[in-house]
Structure formats: structure tokens, C-alpha cells
Write a protein that binds this ligand. Structure first.
Ligand SMILES: [Zn+2]
Length: 487
């Protein structure tokens, strides 16, 4: 795909909405659960009935502050809720309770890696708000729809909105940022983070900065792409938008400040509304809620409850000697780190453990659709298996076979080794006989080897492996052949 020419720099900022995984909604006791019968998780508060009053969900505040602290944000000890006013059929109150000019968290950061590039993306603010309901259009799309059904189960579900500075300069960096955001949030455990179910949603602001531009980025004509529904599509939407804006600029046309949608099928963005007709939300302080006051002690308590975060893990794993690319694979999934940590209670060789985890174990788990937390072969069992490889009882190949059998049967390492008679043959006396027999049967190959064809040795070793059904120790067999054939 054609990217911006050398005379423009891509400027991307992201606004990410994350639904918080609380038991109940933000301002009422209704269940916060996805997939219930439409309009069953509702009450006078989230339906916006006159006279009903909101009560702030403390758990939502704790999750929101945990997330903000994980991104190194400064927590405002006194913040406020505001009413954002607009009309839409999925918003029964005709306003959304949000935070406007006093968000609870500001100035955080996310370190990203995109290829060889490392950079820090600043987070400008994180605020809390309630979600709106959902419209289900009958038929294929809104335009051809005969009607729309309103489901208010989602109305009042707690959200945080994470607003970045426009610090990203490509679709790849935006993907890396979202990936890291999602990884950190998965550690903190504040959300399901399912983009396809809408529990994580992303708006992307894209503009092109002319070379030598020294003004404020705010003055650049900015296009906002709304509600992109997958990580992959965020990248596609940005790539398309960069191409579209470059084309317009190359043709001498202006970029309009506007809101655009993204069409998954065509891979294109399309105009939704221009910013000139943008809403004026007439924010004002929410009169039914007191200011949100958080004590220093309470914030310290939330901070103390945070788990070890990805960056700390990167440092720790690096110090343990884990290879860089394995570190990146490991930190993407907290259950892998838990498994590794427990495995190291029984095993010493961290590289051996990570190699087995990320190759054979991961392959078996993926095929079975399981995570490390659900693995039929637990950390202790894997460690046992690796001990048998280290002490020469099993060859690497036999280890793989045994792992598959353990995976399928759930039986212990030792039981299976005994049952299947799998132990590796390392006894010199037993193997010497086999080696001697192979030498006698393959005089021609032996001659080749002696006359300098080193490769012939592989064939001879293979014959012994065959005759022992793979149980001979390849190291011992190799040594015995050399002892008998090299003079
Ligand atoms: Zn309710």
C-alpha cells in the first residue's frame, strides 16, 4: 500500500474505550453481563426514570484507578463527574455521565516496540464514564433497515476512556500501542478486553504533518475514525486513511476535519459527519453525584495490589537469561508467566523450560484450544519430563513423544515411562552389541566412512536407532561407533 510521501509525517492518536469487569453497573445495582436477554439488566436508574438517583460503584473506581496506575498516570485526588448531553435512542437519559475537565487520571505512558523502534506514547488522560445502550438494526444495515430495536442492558456499564497524545507515526505503531495497552490491562484484570464483543473499542485520530510544520498539532486537519472493532482493522483503517489523505494532498485538495467510519469489507473509511456540524455537548457538573475524592492511602493501597507488570517481567526474564523473542511471547499472556514461574520451582534450566513451553507445549495447547492455566500437563510434570531429558533417561525425541502422551492421558511422567518402557538405553554393553551388529551388516557403508565420508556415520547411527525403536541414546551410539571405527 502506498504510504505518505516524504513530505508528510503521519500523526496518530488513539482513544480507547474499555468496559470494566464489575459485577454491577456504574451507578445502579443491575448486572454487568454480556449476552443476557435484551433489556433484562435494567432498572429505573439506567433507564433514566425521573426521580432515580445514581450511586457510584466503588469497585468500578478501584478498577479504573488500578488501570491508570498501571500506565503510570497521576491520579487526581479530587475529580468530578459531568453530564455530556446529546440525544440518541440508545441513551434514555439524553445525557451520559462522564468526566470532562477534571478526569481522575492524567499523564501516563506506554512503552511500545514496533520492529526496531522503541518509543514512549504518552497518555493524556483517562476518565470514567457510563456506556450507552445498543441499537440492533433490523436487516442488513441502518440504511435499508425497517426499524431498530433498543437494548439497554449495556446502558450504564462502567467504562474508562484512555486518550493518548498523538505520539504514533504509523499504523504499526498504533497496533503496537493497542497490543501493549491490552497486555497491561489483561495483567491488571480490569476488563474482558474483547474487541469483537465491544468491551474494548478504539477511535483513531489521523492527520498528516507537512515537513517543517512548527505549529500545534491541534491545528492540523484531523480525521477521527470511529469505533473500529478489531486490532487488525485499526491498522487497516489507519493505512487506508493515510493513503487517502496523501492522495488528496498530492492532488492539491484540502483535508476536511471530519468523523469517518470504517467498512470492514471494502477496507475503506467513509465520511460520517463533518466537524463543522460537530456536537456541542454542553457539559456541566453532575448535580446528583458528589465530587470523587480519593485519599492518598487508598491510592497507595490500590497501587500495592497491582501485579508485576509486563515491563517488570521483561527485566526479570532478561536477567534470568531468557532470549529476547521468547520474552515478548511470554509477556503477552500472564498464564504463561504463571506456568513458567511454577515450573522453575522444580526445574533449573530456564532456557530449556521456555523452549519446551513455547514450542511443543504451546503447539499442543493451541491444537486443544487451551491456555497454560488449563494445561493437562502441569508445571511440575513438565519439569519432571525435562529432568529425564537432562539426566539422559529420555532423548529429546522421546521427550516430545512422552509429552504428547501425557497431554492426552493426563498420566504422570514416571507412570508413562514405566508403562511404555520408554526409558532411553544408555548402557554401553547393550548398545555395543547393536553397534557391532550394524557394522557387520553394513560393510560397504563402514568402508565409506573409513575412507572419509563422514556422513555415513549418520546412516549407521540411524540403523541402531531403528533396531532399538528409537530408545538408544544417540550420544552413546555415536561415541561407540567412533570408538570402534576411528583408530
Ligand atoms: Zn440499572
Amino acid at each position: 500500500m502506498e504510504m505518505a510521501g516524504p513530505s508528510y509525517e503521519v500523526v496518530v492518536g488513539l482513544e480507547v474505550h474499555v468496559e470494566l469487569k464489575t459485577h454491577s453497573k456504574m451507578f445502579c445495582g443491575c448486572a454487568n453481563s454480556f449476552g443476557a436477554e435484551p433489556n433484562t439488566n435494567t432498572c429505573p436508574v439506567c433507564l433514566g426514570m425521573p426521580g432515580s438517583l445514581p450511586v457510584l460503584n466503588q469497585e468500578a473506581v478501584r478498577l479504573a484507578v488500578s488501570a491508570a496506575l498501571a500506565f503510570n498516570c497521576t491520579i487526581r485526588q479530587r475529580s468530578r463527574f459531568d453530564r455530556k448531553q446529546y440525544f440518541y435512542p440508545d441513551l434514555p437519559k439524553a445525557y451520559q455521565i462522564s468526566q470532562y475537565d477534571a478526569p481522575f487520571a492524567e499523564w501516563g505512558s506506554v512503552a511500545i516496540r514496533s520492529g526496531a523502534t522503541r518509543r514512549t506514547v504518552r497518555i493524556r488522560r483517562i476518565h470514567m464514564e457510563e456506556d450507552a445502550g445498543k441499537l440492533n438494526h433490523l436487516g442488513q444495515n441502518l440504511q435499508s433497515s425497517a426499524g431498530s430495536l433498543v437494548d439497554l442492558n449495556r446502558a450504564g456499564v462502567p467504562l474508562i476512556e484512555i486518550v493518548s497524545e498523538p505520539d504514533m507515526s504509523s499504523a504499526d505503531e498504533a497496533r503496537a500501542y493497542l497490543n501493549e495497552l491490552r497486555t497491561v490491562l489483561s495483567y491488571v484484570g480490569v476488563s474482558d478486553l474483547r474487541m469483537e464483543e465491544g468491551s474494548m473499542r478504539c477511535d483513531a485520530n489521523v492527520s498528516l504533518k507537512p515537513a517543517g510544520f512548527t505549529g500545534s498539532l491541534e491545528d492540523l486537519p484531523r480525521v477521527e475514525i470511529k469505533n473500529v472493532n478489531s486490532l487488525r482493522n485499526v491498522g487497516r483503517a489507519i493505512e487506508y486513511e493515510v493513503e487517502r489523505q496523501s492522495r488528496r494532498l498530492a492532488a492539491g485538495e484540502a483535508i476536511l476535519k471530519e468523523t469517518r467510519g470504517f467498512n470492514d469489507a471494502s477496507g475503506r473509511t467513509y465520511s460520517q459527519r463533518s466537524k463543522e456540524e460537530a456536537n456541542d455537548y454542553r457539559y456541566f457538573p453532575e448535580p446528583d453525584l458528589p465530587p470523587l475524592v480519593l485519599s492518598e492511602e487508598w491510592i497507595a493501597d490500590v497501587r500495592a495490589g497491582l501485579p508485576t507488570l509486563p515491563d517488570a517481567w521483561r527485566t526479570r526474564l532478561g536477567a534470568m537469561g531468557v532470549a529476547d523473542q521468547d520474552i515478548e511471547t511470554l509477556v503477552r499472556e500472564p498464564s504463561q508467566l504463571a506456568f513458567l514461574t511454577r515450573c522453575l520451582d522444580y526445574a533449573d534450566d530456564v532456557r530449556l523450560v521456555t523452549t519446551w513451553m513455547l514450542s511443543d507445549m504451546l503447539r499442543l495447547l493451541n491444537a486443544a484450544g487451551l491456555t497454560f492455566a488449563e494445561s493437562p500437563v502441569g508445571p511440575e510434570r513438565l519439569a519432571e519430563l525435562l529432568h529425564l531429558i537432562e539426566d539422559g533417561t529420555l532423548s529429546g525425541r522421546m521427550g516430545k513423544e512422552l509429552l504428547e502422551k501425557m497431554f492426552a492421558s493426563g498420566e504422570s511422567t514416571k507412570t508413562l515411562v514405566d508403562k511404555l518402557g520408554m526409558a532411553q538405553i544408555t548402557d554401553d554393553r547393550v548398545l555395543s552389541e547393536k553397534v557391532a551388529a550394524v557394522i557387520a551388516d553394513h560393510a560397504k557403508v563402514v568402508e565409506d566412512y573409513r575412507s572419509g565420508k563422514v556422513k555415513a556415520l549418520g546412516f549407521l547411527v540411524g540403523q541402531v536407532m531403528k533396531r532399538t525403536r528409537g530408545q538408544a541414546s544417540p550420544e552413546v551410539v555415536n561415541r561407540l561407533f567412533r570408538e570402534m571405527l576411528d583408530e
